[in-house]
Design a protein around this ligand. Structure first.
Ligand code: F6P
Length: 346
């Protein structure tokens, strides 16, 4: 048996304004917001790494809503057996309007105290981290975040859990669409998720050899569809695939298809919206590995006395990113990637 290690944390002392050492004996683990493949791998890693290091683990079901409602269960090592390979989250997730209000967060805090939970590991995207940030500030409560979203839109980490799996799902789907597009000489607009960030559209476009990827952050300043049509895609190719990042501001695949159809009625245009299939499925090896590393790193962060940081991966190294930086703004997309896509799809 490994020697249990004690986790200590500097807590702002309520008596005399000094600092006191508070021992962390029990962590809570929660998945919130939209699910992402690899969350289960991370839940397993957090649970096992915590127990290995002598900490108690309490699992909170149904996200922040479950924290308010007290849906809390103690986990053992076997509670996370046989889950590394599954998409979704065994802890479930639900939106919580209540957690956005101070009264809801007060109930959440009271439940944490009642359950003897000294620190929280939260897993999710920008909304989840935003919630943890407010809660941590309000109650001086240690929170560590693990970035899990297919959108890959958090700053300070090269990648988020779930992104690689979604990327592969899209690539495989577009490969299939390509078969029929080629056979019928058609132009396909394929809409993918990404919360406006465009990482999924652009990188799956490169991976699947698409002719164009319409990315909101670029499209707002540059009429990508116009350029694509002007390039005369039909001169060199009988078919084409355009990846479109779903976005309310710029319009989805349907919008672009309608524009083209009204101007070129003879063109065979089709739309394919991949939808929530992108969020499901077995996580790739890459997602399982980063989820396992980030999960273990979240416990190391607790042991080191860190708080209010998101675990990130930068150049294959684990890094700790302050919440304020992780969600500061929408992560910028590398425009060079679009140039590469254009240059090699002529
Ligand atoms: O954040 C992940 C994500 O899949 C986004 O890419 C997408 O815009 C959104 O969730 C869809 O959410 P819902 O499941 O509520 O339709």
């Amino acid at each position: 048996m490994p020697t249990p290690r004690m986790a200590f944390l500097l807590l702002r002392g309520r008596l005399g304004g000094g600092y006191i050492m508070a021992e962390i004996k029990c962590i809570g683990i929660i998945t919130s917001g939209n699910d992402a493949p690899g969350m289960n791998s991370a839940i397993r890693a957090v649970t096992r790494a915590a127990i290995y290091n002598g900490l108690k683990v309490k699992a909170i079901y149904h996200g922040y809503k479950g924290l308010i409602d007290g849906e809390i269960v103690e986990f053992q090592t076997q509670s996370v057996s046989n889950i590394i390979q599954y998409g979704g989250t065994i802890l479930k997730s639900s939106p919580s309007k209540e957690f956005k209000n101070p009264e809801g967060r007060k109930k959440a805090y009271e439940n944490l105290v009642k359950e003897g939970i000294d620190a929280l590991i939260v897993m999710g995207g920008d909304g989840t981290i935003q919630g943890a940030r407010i809660f941590a500030q309000e109650y001086d409560f240690p929170c560590i975040a693990i970035p899990a979203t297919i959108d890959n839109n958090l700053c300070g980490t090269d990648t988020t859990i779930g992104y690689d799996t979604a990327l592969n799902t899209i690539m495989q789907t577009v490969d299939k669409i390509r078969d029929t597009a080629t056979s019928h000489s058609r132009l396909f607009f394929v809409e993918v998720m990404g919360d406006g960030a465009g990482f999924l559209a652009l990188n799956s476009g490169i991976a699947a050899g698409a002719e164009e990827a319409i990315v909101p952050t670029i499209e707002v300043e540059d009429d990508q569809l116009k350029h694509f049509i002007q390039k005369g895609f039909r001169k060199t190719k009988g078919s084409a695939i355009v990846l479109v990042a779903a976005n309310e501001q710029t319009g989805g695949a349907m919008h672009y298809a309608d524009l083209v159809k009204s101007e070129y009625p003879d063109l065979e245009v089709r739309v394919s919206i991949i939808g929530h299939a992108q969020r499901g499925g077995h996580p790739t090896a890459h997602d399982r590995i980063i989820a396992s590393r980030m999960g273990a790193a979240s416990i190391q962060a607790i042991l080191k006395g860190l708080r209010n940081v998101m675990i990130g991966i930068d150049n294959d190294d684990i890094v700790y990113v302050p919440f304020s930086r992780a969600i500061k703004e929408n992560r910028a997309i590398d425009r060079n990637l679009l140039d590469i896509l254009h240059n090699i799809s002529i």
